[in-house]
Design a protein around this ligand. Structure first.
Ligand SMILES: Cc1cc2nc3c(=O)[nH]c(=O)nc-3n(C[C@H](O)[C@H](O)[C@H](O)COP(=O)(O)OP(=O)(O)OC[C@H]3O[C@@H](n4cnc5c(N)ncnc54)[C@H](O)[C@@H]3O)c2cc1C
Length: 392
């Protein structure tokens, strides 16, 4: 029977990152993915590599700082996958976040980003407002501009998987994790490939199954207590017609939430919503009321879409955020990654909950640190801060 230092369940960005970090540290790794890499949340995000300006409002300074540092690394290591784009924030007479508040936020963002690449900001002069993709200029008081990163989330995830494989990681896909039995010094892992059951041993099982993490943990014997999390659905729509200048960061007229209107392969990507989700993760789909909510935002800010005709919608997709369970809306809840182990000393199973696309590498390094006592000594092959990532 094959024996690995780590078996990782899920080839989303977190599983890919852990496999890369583990292989770079010299460990043997097997990734199990029930579909293809990035089939889950990691192809259904807003595709932003960002600190998250709005997380300043909920005081998540550590997260913003870490994310901005990771952004700097990705701009250097993955220049064909992550690039800076201008973000425009229009402020109308009735907009809740006023220009002075936004300037304070953007100054803090620059400080937390260590004044690194893309941390400068300013205002778009009134004389250039007509060059902003047809943005509504009625009652417009100011347009602030700063920079953040955009990527192709699925392509980025695949690039990290490839990097892990180049460093020696193995991947089985499609291969579904079926169960794990914890033993004194590791886990006996069972999975299925083309309806055939296979087994292997691992020092540690890393559960990087994103929204499926609780389901995966339920198949671990003895039974592990899952963390108190909630799944919150986020829908995007892609509409015909380009947004070329950059990303527009607007307030939803319905409830004041911040929503992005972004360029995407020559068209416009709009998102996202926040809808409580109670079903099975495989069943997540955009809801008609979410699509209507996003369409109303586009019509509000871009008058060319205001005709009675339905918008030419090219695509819509929904993903699930994994957030700590709490009362109230999802907007202000922590986006930090939560790492849970079965036991503090020599863990045999570690579950990754939540997190962000942007923080994948930092989360992976934290995962390995957490597992240090459980993993055999190994000779490092590379430093993940230096590894280049290339598109397919
Ligand atoms: C709407 C939305 C927008 C977002 N926008 C951004 C953004 O702009 N920027 C940002 O930084 N972050 C963003 N995020 C967060 C980011 O997308 C997620 O944190 C990240 O993609 C989660 O990756 P993951 O690897 O944990 O999970 P997933 O990508 O969901 O990966 C889990 C994988 O596990 C596999 N799996 C499940 N069960 C099994 C099994 N039994 N056996 C084998 N494989 C299994 C699945 O097939 C899947 O591929 C967004 C999230 C959402 C929901």
């Amino acid at each position: 029977m094959n024996r690995y230092d780590l078996v990782v369940v899920g080839a989303g960005i977190h599983g890919a990152g852990v496999a890369q970090a583990a292989a770079a540290a010299g460990h043997s790794v097997l990734i199990l993915e029930k579909g293809s890499p990035a089939d889950g949340t990691s192809s259904r995000s807003s595709k932003l590599i960002h600190g998250g300006l709005r997380y300043l409002e909920s005081g998540q300074f550590h997260l913003v700082r870490e994310s901005l540092l990771e952004r700097t690394l990705m701009l250097r290591n993955a220049p064909d996958l992550v690039h800076l784009v201008p973000f425009y924030i229009p402020v109308y007479r009735g907009t809740r976040r006023r220009p002075w508040q936004l300037r304070i936020g953007l100054s803090l963002y620059a400080v937390l980003g260590g004044f690194g690449p893309g941390t400068s900001f300013g205002s778009v002069p009134r004389s250039q407002w007509d060059q902003l993709d047809g943005l509504d200029t009625q009652d417009l008081d100011a347009v602030l501009v700063y920079h953040d990163g955009q990527t192709d989330d699925a392509a980025l995830t695949r690039a990290i998987v490839r990097s892990a494989v180049q460093l020696g990681a193995e991947i089985a896909a499609p291969a579904e994790f079926i169960a794990a039995e914890l033993e004194p010094a590791g886990a006996l892992v069972t999975y299925s490939v083309s309806n055939q059951t296979r087994s292997c041993q691992a020092h540690v099982l890393v559960n990087a199954a994103g929204p499926w993490a609780t389901q995966v943990l339920e198949r671990v014997i003895p039974r592990q207590q899952p963390a108190a999390i909630e799944l919150v659905q986020g829908t995007h729509i892609v509409i015909q017609g380009g947004t070329h200048r950059g990303v527009y960061y607007v307030e939803a007229p319905q409830d004041g939430r911040a929503v992005f209107v972004m360029p995407w392969h020559g068209h416009t990507l709009v998102g996202t919503t926040e809808t409580a989700f109670r079903g099975k993760p495989d069943d997540v789909r955009p809801l008609p009321e979410e699509v209507a909510y996003l369409e109303a935002i586009v019509r509000r800010y871009f008058p060319r879409y205001r005709s009675d005709e339905p918008l030419a919608m090219l695509d819509s997709f929904a993903g699930l955020r994994v957030l700590p369970a709490a009362k109230g809306g999802a907007f202000g809840r922590s986006r930090e990654t939560l790492l849970e182990v079965d036991r503090a000393d020599r863990p045999r199973v570690l579950t990754i909950y939540g997190g962000k696309l942007t923080g994948w590498r930092a989360a992976a390094e934290q995962t390995l640190q957490r597992l240090e006592s459980a993993l055999p000594a190994a000779r490092a092959r590379a430093d993940t801060r230096e590894l280049p990532l290339k598109p397919d």
